[in-house]
Design a protein around this ligand. Sequence first.
Ligand SMILES: [Zn+2]
Length: 414
Amino acid sequence: MAGKCSPLGEEIVSRIHQLAAISETPNNLTRIFLTPELRAAADLILTWMREAGMSAHLDAIGNVCGRYEGDRAGLPCLMLGSHYDTVRDAGKWDGPLGVITAISCVADLNKRGKRLPFAIEVTAFADEEGVRFASTLLGSRAVAGTFNEGVLATKDAAGIPMREAMVQFGLDPDHIGAAARVRGELLAYIELHIEQGPVLEAKNLPVGVVSAIAGATRLAAKLTGMAGHAGTVPMALRRDALAGAAECIAAIERLCLEDDGGLVGTVGYIHASPGATNVIPGQAHFTIDMRAPTDLRRNRSVAEMVRRIEAIAKTRNLALQLDVTHENRTVPCVPWLKEQVAAAVAAEGYPVFELASGAGHDGMAMVDIADVAMIFVRCRGGISHHPDEHVEPDDADAGARVLLRVIENFRPNS
Ligand SMILES: [Zn+2]
C-alpha cells in the first residue's frame, strides 16, 4: 500500500504537527490537563470541528465535543474520540491521531453533504494520561458519569488543587456532572489510536482490530531479610533480600514466558536498602505490573505468581509483604462492533488481525455508558510516550479510510 497518500492522510499528518506545536516546552511536547497549552489546543480543535460542519463546545471538564447531526436533529450518536493531553516529552500521535482522524472523517462526509441515520460525535478528552493529578481518565470518566469528586482536592506538583486549576482554566468545579452522558445517547464508542507496541509492524500491517483493553494488576512487594557485613557472613547463613528479589523477578518473567495467552509482567522499580557496596541488603522493595487480555487469565496468573514468590521467600527465610496497589478490569471490545471494524479493514484490502491493547485507553471509562471498539494504527518500532513516536502518512491514511468506512456502514446493535 505504498505510494502517495490521499488528501485525508496528508491533512491528518499536517494537523498532527500543528497540534504538537502547542506545548509547554519549545523543544519537546508536553501538554498537561488544565494548562494554558491545553486551552490553546482545545481552541484549535474547536476550529477544526466547526470547519468540518460540527457544532462544537468545551464541556464541564475541558473535553472538546463536536456533533454532526444525522439525517434529522437530535438522534443518538456514534461517538468517536481519543485524548488531546500528553505525557511529558511526549510523541505527537498518542491521542491526537484518534481525534484528528475522526474530525477528518466527519469533514469528508460534510463535504459530500452526506447525513447518516444517526449523529456522529467526536470527543477530544482533556485528561487521559493523568500526568498532573495522578489520576487517569478524568475526561472520559466525567463523560461516563463516573468522575470521583474526591480528586478535586488532590494537588499537582506545584501544590495547586485541581479545583483551583479548573477555575483558572475557566471551568466550574461544582458542575462537572454536566459533562456526563447517558447510555441512550450513545450507540457505541469507537476509538482509533496508535498501537504503542511492535506487533502490527512485525506483522507488516498498517491497522489492527483491538480485541480487548487488557486489565492490569499492580502490586508492591517488600522482602525483608537481614543486613550484614559483605565480608564476614558466609553465603549459607545470609538472608539477602535483594538476591531474593532477583529470583522473584526471574520467576515472574518465566511465568509470563510460559503463558501463550498474552500475559505480560513487568518489574519496573526496585529499591534495596541499606544500599551500600559492602552491605548485604536487608530489605528490597519492588513493584509488579501484570496484564492479560481476560480477567480470568490475569487473576489466575497473579495467584500463581504470588504462590511462586511466596515459595522463594520461604526458601530464603525472607519475610514477604505483598499489597495490591491498583487493579482495573479488562474491557472486551464487543463482537457486534468488532465485526463491523473487521469488515471495514477487509473492505480496504487488509488482512483482519486482532490484538489486545496492553495500554489503557478512554474506552476503559466509556464502557460504563457504551459498547466499545478500537482500531489500532501501526507506529514505528512500537515506540510511544517518546519524541521518536512516528506514524507513516500512508498508515494514518489507512486508519482514516477504515474509520470512515466503519462510520458510513455503521449499524446500531439491534
Ligand atoms: Zn493514548
